[in-house]
Each structure stands twice: as structure tokens, then as C-alpha cells.
Design a protein around this ligand. Sequence first.
Ligand code: GUN
Length: 295
Amino acid sequence: MSAEILNGKSLAADMRLDIASQVADLKEKTGITPGLGVILVGVDPASTSYITAKERACEEAGMYSEDVRLPAETTENEILALVQKMNNDPKINGILVQLPLPKHISESAVINAIAPEKDVDGFTPVNVGRMMIGQTCFLPCTPHGIIQMLLKAGVETSGKNAVVVGRSNIVGKPVAQLLMRKAEGGNATVTVCHTGTKDLKSFTLQADILVVAAGRPNTVTGDMIKPGATVIDVGVNRIPDETRPRGYRLAGDVDFESAKERASLITPVPGGVGPMTITMLLYNTLESARRATEK
Ligand code: GUN
């Protein structure tokens, strides 16, 4: 058996066309162009390429984007002041501070400084708390993108066993939360595995839906997958490869070759979850602009 590929790239392209037409509509009706403020500190190559992709997607959707790239030595106070400025800028509906930040800066202090109504990443305690208790909020982009992919692919989640590998604030914890919600794309029985889990395979073999966000290549191999499962690979690992023009290739956290022989549906890396993350960022920024017009 060879799994069907869950193509995030084409799904994201369809959703972005729809978002672009809604942006044009909003502009025509209200004169407002949704705006995203992006802050990148340092020169981490992966973060730089994510940010570039996010900005390009904004422009393609007809949104305004403001890009601030700062040196790694920037102080926490300078970043806090910039966040404050964006909080008060009516052209900016969404603020994105790319993580991770350099070690001398407190990520929680910076996240806490973002106005919850502009927190299109869904990282502030207010949005995290609202998500937890089912109130209106900005859902974090990667977990929301994963749920959208499952919905669009017609994957039943209700009553199924979902196993999440990884407990990060950005993916593992929130995707577990969304999968357990009593809502469309949720109502699953969710298990969260992490570096403290003993015998990971005994859990992953129970998964009808397996979400892997461990940050380590080959965390899951084919023998760890329940036959017929849906596998969502969130990992983006740069594997040195001199035969490639950039000197590396991208690999997920799942060994794709062995996994596709057991799964029925699997996301590739690249071209799986990544494009959906960016799409949900556009979705949240549009939503934020809409809410701003309603005030
Ligand atoms: N770093 C890795 N993923 C993300 C994300 O979705 N948002 C931000 N701000 N930083 C990240």
C-alpha cells in the first residue's frame, strides 16, 4: 500500500485565492487594507526564509506588510518599544514576532506585549486561554492549518484516536487542544507524547491520526504507524546534502519512505503543513482587519 499524499501546497493555494478575493472586497467596502507587521531578530536562515515566504504571501493576497529585521544584538526594550508602536499603528492589524528570539530576550515578555486583538499568531496568554475554553480568539496558525487540512481531506476525527508527538507551545499543545475540542475537526481522543514518553511506538501504533511535531528527523518510522493512519508531519529539518544547490535538503520528523507504505494519507515535507501555516496567518490577519472595521 502506498499512501495518498495530502498536498498542503495546492490546498493552501485555493484558500489564498479565496482570502485574496475577501481582502479585495473588504478594501472596496471599507477602504481598509489588512496589514501585517513582521519582526525578525537575528539572521537564523530558517526564520529568514519563513519570514520572506510570509511577506510574499501577504503581498500576493493584496495585504500590506511591514517588515522589520533587526540585528541579533537588539535589546529586549527595543523590541518591546517596536511591538508597542505596532500595537498603536492603525495600518497594522496583525503582529508577528518570529520565534525563536535570541537567548538574551525573554520570549514571554515580548509575546505578552502584543495586543491580543493583533495577536494573529495566537500566542498571547489571552488567546491561548480563550482557545482553551472555546471562546472567540485567534487560533495559532500551524495547529489551525492542520485542522483545516484534515477537514478539507475529509478525515474523520470524531471518536478517533489522535496522537500528537511533541508538546511545544507553537504546535504540540495547541493542536492537541483543537483535536479534542467538541467541534468540527475535533472530538478525538488525544494522547500527547514527548521526550519523557517511554515506548513511543506503543502509543503511535494506536493513532488513527498521528501528528508529529518533535523537531527531530526520523522520530517516527513506518513500523510505528498504524496501517491506514493519517500522518501529519510538522517537522522541517535541514539535512546537509552537498548534491543540492543549497547544500541541504528538507526532511520532516517522519521517515517518509517507510511511512507512506503504512499510512493511507500523509503530508510531504516540503509542501505539506508549511504552506497551510502561512495561509492561516493571512486568514487571521484578514479577520483582525474585519474586527477593526466593526469597532
Ligand atoms: N516559529 C516557528 N513557527 C512560528 C510561528 O508560527 N510563528 C512565529 N511567530 N514564530 C514561529
